[in-house]
Design a protein around this ligand. Sequence first.
Ligand code: BDR
Ligand code: CA
Length: 313
Amino acid sequence: MPDSMKIIIDTDPGQDDAVAILLAFASPEIEVLGITVVAGNVPLSLTEKNARKICELAGRPQARVFAGASHPLVRQLVTAEDVHGKTGLNGPDLPEPKMPLQKQHAADFIVETLMREASGTVTLCPLGPLTNIAMALAREPKIARRIKQIVLMGGGFFEGGNVTPAAEFNIYVDPHAADIVLKAGIPVVMIPLDCTHQALTTATRVAAFRKLGTGPGIAVAEMLEFFERFDEKKYGTDGGPLHDPCVIAYLLKPELFSGRHINVSVEIASDLTMGMTVADWWGVTKRPKNVTYIRDVDHEAFYRLLVERIGTL
Ligand code: BDR
Ligand code: CA
């Protein structure tokens, strides 16, 4: 069996973050070195607790969760309780976590891990605002060369934004951090709304999770039922987009995704378009290609993978 993929998940759970974490834990090809947590969907005190709840739901209380930034680098924190509920994880009734929060700051854990592990072996999987990653790069710029790749959920171009007409939530919350990360010379795979809007949590798909009959299966169904209500109303679709698990699915089965290697630049000046990810899809500028920009996913196969793997927990 080939070596497992070593990853750090940087996250702001969030129901879709939770499903991504469960998928990673359910996948023997992946070794989760740690979970770093950032403020985003809800404040840090809740996202760190939610991350620990999910580790315990997955039966992984030994996993290590590190709290990081409580606010973006420059702007005020914007949260998304309207989508995710007051706790960020509304839906299932999960017990208060017993496992401890690690003492080390998330950015220090990221730096220490990348400097310790062999260069080019660790993938970062950001599922929220990029504040912790930018902080880690500021603390130790040498990590940029040691990161295998960053596979992140964020951005959107053809579909427009979901928090403003121009911007997707994760990038909008900390556009300055996103700008730093995209300019750091690290190989980046960006999974934007253009892709995740194809991965809808239809009633049939939610029922398939419930039918697993396990604690994690039922909790996923309850999370998705809560989470999709906001988006169904907004988009008029059967179900809402399941964003963050696409990142882990990309690691497991990249052949389900397609995109193009292009330049993506982040707007950090204009109030009107703050946080927009300007994707040079047609190569009309000479800006350097810094991102593999994903546009499509085989969503049937994506959900088959999710249900199959969550079923093993
Ligand atoms: C992203 O924003 C959050 O609400 C979700 O967890 C996802 O990471 C989608 O725009
Ligand atoms: Ca998220």
